[in-house]
Design a protein around this ligand. Sequence first.
Ligand SMILES: Nc1ncnc2c1ncn2[C@@H]1O[C@H](COP(=O)(O)OP(=O)(O)O)[C@@H](O)[C@H]1O
Ligand SMILES: [Mg+2]
Length: 283
Amino acid sequence: MNNNLNIDNIITINNASVIYQKDNLITHALTQVTLEIKRGSFIAILGRNGSGKSTLAKLLNASLLPDIGEIFVDGINTNDESRAFDIRSKVGMVFQNPDNQMVATIIEDDLAFGPENLGIPRAEIRERVDWALKTVGMYEHRLRATQKLSGGQKQRVAIAAVLSMAPDVLILDEATAMLDPRGREEVMDTARKLNTEKHMTIVLITHYMDEAVCADKIIVLDEGRVVTEGTPIEVFRQVDLIKKAGLEFPTPAEAAFKLKTLGYNIPVVLTDDELVEALCQLK
Ligand SMILES: Nc1ncnc2c1ncn2[C@@H]1O[C@H](COP(=O)(O)OP(=O)(O)O)[C@@H](O)[C@H]1O
Ligand SMILES: [Mg+2]
């Protein structure tokens, strides 16, 4: 334990750097990253391909250790190898490809696999699996084959598999990238519900700006550095910085910018409701 840690934070990152070395190629994947993630918050991490998002995610569940600096998860230093198991059960991850995350043919068997490995008693496994399936809205499908599901349903099962481990933090690393709009919506609804109803801390890594606007805090990475962090409006107001980081804007913001170039006096808006409100103010 580090006595200087703020216990409101489920995750604290102090000056972390990651340098990959492959053959003769050295990549500074993350450089001097310092961040705090509050318990129960919804965080979005944005940045172009190669900006270090997945590397940062891996630091958060100790699947990667920093070369410099330190990461604390619920007060535990991820460098403490004797606690690696605790950290991995506190921080669950869902990745891009739903097909790579299934271990069993039948959905409920797939979910039981993790808790079985933890040596959890059968009755509790049953409870956890049922709870997780209900939470993601897949309970009625529990006896179906995982391969028969849609992409969105597979990702919800992948989230349920993480939930069956009873984590404090759920990381979604581009978990909607391979889904159709409906599947994306299913996964995002599930993430928002886990945050608001179960107070789970969510770390959403995404290429879709519209998914990030519901976050409490957005963190923008560029070339392995945090270039800005703040509420969605604080971040997307920095138009030049957002463009420089290779990002786009949420759809309503793009619409507002177009109107602005046409001479209308309209502020930066992030949601459809805000856009409608701003349009009503125009006349
Ligand atoms: N295992 C690895 N070995 C060497 N370089 C890597 C490895 N993983 C990632 N990188 C490099 O580190 C940088 C950051 O990668 P990554 O964290 O995957 O970015 P993102 O998820 O934002 O696309 C990239 O330049 C990438 O090529
Ligand atoms: Mg990535």
